[in-house]
Design a protein around this ligand. Structure first.
Ligand SMILES: Cc1cc2nc3c(=O)[nH]c(=O)nc-3n(C[C@H](O)[C@H](O)[C@H](O)COP(=O)(O)OP(=O)(O)OC[C@H]3O[C@@H](n4cnc5c(N)ncnc54)[C@H](O)[C@@H]3O)c2cc1C
Length: 293
């Protein structure tokens, strides 16, 4: 039986590592760097019947202030970037921005519209993150996964990944993304960099710079969730130091000492008010874990 000594667990506070700068204690965090580590961790989880989550940079996960006592598999040590012609193999723990920049430097197109997304490659694959009409699935050729139940390495091609809007086969939590092979297209380096510059400019103008988890809700059909939140009169709605951004209503921002529990209170308020006003049930893009303080 695997003991806690076999796996080097540590405790971390979400407010120190999440892009929201808020959240409680993650009691059992581990940082696998190999298949052997993933095997050992999945063994431990099975034998002890633990809950677990797989995380990248925590730019889309709200950890409530009472903390989370399941196992947190943080993928930041699953590293490596290998570029051969128009193919990039990247470990899931690599920062997406780093891969986007490396591709641009080589005149490889397909990722440039994703610049400014703060997470990891694994998070972006799992969420099929995207913006400005592009998403991760458009660049993915293959994904290397670890099946947490069967405890084996699996390779899935783009089709098998079941990519859809902010969804993939990895989103159910049964698979850890180990890495991805991206197939890009050779294009003019200056055009790629120009696209990146305009994407960054649009983000600066339309999105808040305060700590957040990005968009809280998914689009409703083709309509941005922000339209409904703003229409329900919630722009600027505040609970202590958490606030529905005055810049973009689909962001909840931390204005200083914001609490994760207040973020959730605001989410619940938004959901209630938008339903009352429009009869629409907003679907969360942000994942909520742990318990309230
Ligand atoms: C300022 C800001 C702007 C943003 N803009 C955008 C945007 O334009 N478009 C967009 O789509 N998102 C955006 N986001 C949200 C977020 O950055 C993305 O969803 C990002 O890809 C998540 O990556 P992460 O590494 O932080 O994942 P996490 O937040 O750690 O995890 C997100 C989800 O992915 C799963 N996951 C993470 N890593 C793995 C792995 N290796 N294997 C299996 N599952 C995994 C987690 O279990 C969770 O379900 C933004 C966030 C912020 C703060």
């Amino acid at each position: 039986m695997k003991s806690e000594n076999d796996i080097k667990f540590c405790s971390l506070f979400a407010d120190k590592i999440s892009t929201l700068r808020a959240g409680g204690k993650l009691l059992k965090v581990c940082f696998p760097s190999s298949m052997a580590d993933l095997f050992m961790i999945s063994d431990y989880i099975k034998e002890n019947g633990c809950d677990y989550i797989i995380t990248g940079k925590l730019s889309n996960i709200l950890v409530l202030d009472g903390g989370y006592d399941g196992v947190v598999i943080n993928t930041k040590n699953l590293k490596g970037i290998d570029i051969e012609e128009n193919l990039i193999c990247a470990g899931s723990g690599e920062k997406l921005a780093k891969v986007v920049n490396m591709a641009a430097e080589r005149g490889l197109s397909g990722l440039e519209k994703l610049c400014g997304i703060p997470g990891t490659v694994g998070g972006a694959v799992c969420m099929n993150s995207g913006c400005f009409g592009a998403d991760m699935s458009m660049a993915v050729e293959k994904v290397y996964l670890f099946d947490m139940n069967k405890q084996e390495r699996v390779v899935k091609d783009k089709k098998q990944m079941g990519f859809a809007y902010r969804k993939s086969a990895a989103a159910k939590g049964n698979y850890a993304v180990i890495g991805a092979r991206l197939e890009l297209e050779e294009k003019n380096l200056y055009d790629i960099k120009n696209t990146m510059r305009s994407v960054i400019a649009v983000r600066r103008e339309n999105q808040p710079s305060l700590p957040s988890l990005g968009s809280v809700y998914k689009r409703v059909g083709n309509t941005a969730a922000a339209i409904f939140i703003e229409g329900a009169g919630l722009k600027g709605y505040r609970v202590n130091d958490m606030e529905v951004s005055a810049v973009h209503a689909n962001f909840i921002v931390n204005k200083g000492n914001g609490k994760a529990d207040d973020y959730l209170t605001i989410m619940e308020h938004i959901e209630e008010k938008v339903y009352a006003r429009y009869g629409i049930k907003l679907e969360r893009e942000v994942f909520v874990v742990g318990k309230r303080a």
